[in-house]
Design a protein around this ligand. Structure first.
Ligand code: NAD
Length: 266
């Protein structure tokens, strides 16, 4: 009997993912590997004692490599470029690393009055400039493949303002610079799409809040604002990223896809 060929296949895709050891990065890496991709995981974290990461690395020894790199450091990015080239190059780049609402930077995860320039500078450097820098470095090689593909991970806060009622009396904040950096990333996506076409496609995915260990009060308020009645799971986001990484989306560029369960529609 003829074997079924999966409709969505990432066979022959060589995908670089930044922030690959984080919450979304790890789950995304696993899903893309399952769909046939080869993955270059890039993260500032050492593999160290992270059991989940070690398990993943040992499960796909020939399909995965781990590259310890601070993507805001030019020297490390140059080394990364050489490592990837030596390992066979890439045709898809997923820019996922970012300071998020819960990251630990001075003057960041706090109220309006206490947010500081350091939070703005660091988040713009990582969430926005590092993407430009990586794309500038890798795009000549991506162009040569004639089907280069870049996917940026934005956020709903790149196009929507926070509803402060959800945050009242919780330990969670939503720094101004986070949404501003993600709005910049969504715009950079369009700029890169017209600049790098027709050889490279560039799109972004903007997730809604992923359920982690947020206070119950916050989760309940979030769910009540979400028509699909729940916060996101990592797999909700990776499915859409897999679609963008595949040839099923071959005629899409410059788009931002919100994956948010309809958050804030009503
Ligand atoms: N978690 C959410 O609810 C949510 C919602 C919307 C959008 N997003 C976006 O999804 C993406 C992933 O978020 P997450 O929640 O998995 O974050 P996370 O903090 O779990 O993971 C981020 C990863 O980036 C890595 N990183 C940080 N600085 C780096 C650097 N200089 N160089 C290389 N790697 C670096 C971290 O070590 C970490 O592993 C982010 O772009 C985030 O803005 C997340």
């Amino acid at each position: 009997m003829k074997k079924n060929i999966p409709f969505l296949s990432l066979n022959n895709k060589k995908i670089l993912i930044t922030g690959a050891a984080g919450g979304l990065g790890l789950s995304l890496t696993k899903n893309l590997l399952e769909l046939g991709a080869k993955v270059y995981m890039v993260d500032i974290r050492e593999t160290g004692s992270d059991g989940n990461l070690k398990k993943l690395l040992s499960s796909y020894p020939r399909k995965i490599s781990y590259h310890n790199c601070d993507i805001t450091n030019d020297k490390e990015v140059n080394n990364l470029y050489k490592e990837i080239k030596k390992a066979g190059g890439l045709n898809v780049m997923i820019n996922n690393a970012a300071y998020t609402g819960s990251s630990n930077i001075e003057g960041w995860n706090t109220n309006f009055e206490n947010q500081k320039k350091e939070g703005w500078q660091k988040s713009f450097e990582l969430n926005l400039f590092s993407v430009f820098n990586l794309v500038q470095k890798f795009s000549p090689d991506l162009k040569k493949t004639k089907q280069g593909n870049i996917i940026n991970v934005g956020s709903i806060y790149g196009s929507s303002a926070p509803d402060w009622k959800m945050y009242k009396n919780t330990s969670i904040y939503n720094p101004a610079a986070y949404g501003a950096s993600k709005a910049g990333l969504i715009n950079l996506t369009k700029w890169l799409a017209v600049t790098l076409s027709p050889d490279i496609r560039v799109n972004s995915v903007s997730p809604g809040g992923i359920k982690r260990n947020q206070p119950l009060k916050f989760i309940k308020r979030y769910e009540s604002k979400t028509p699909l009645g729940r916060m996101a799971k990592e797999e909700d986001i990776s499915g859409v990223i897999a679609f963008l990484a595949s040839d099923l989306s071959a005629y899409m560029t410059g788009q931002d896809i919100r994956v948010d369960g309809g958050f804030g529609l009503e």
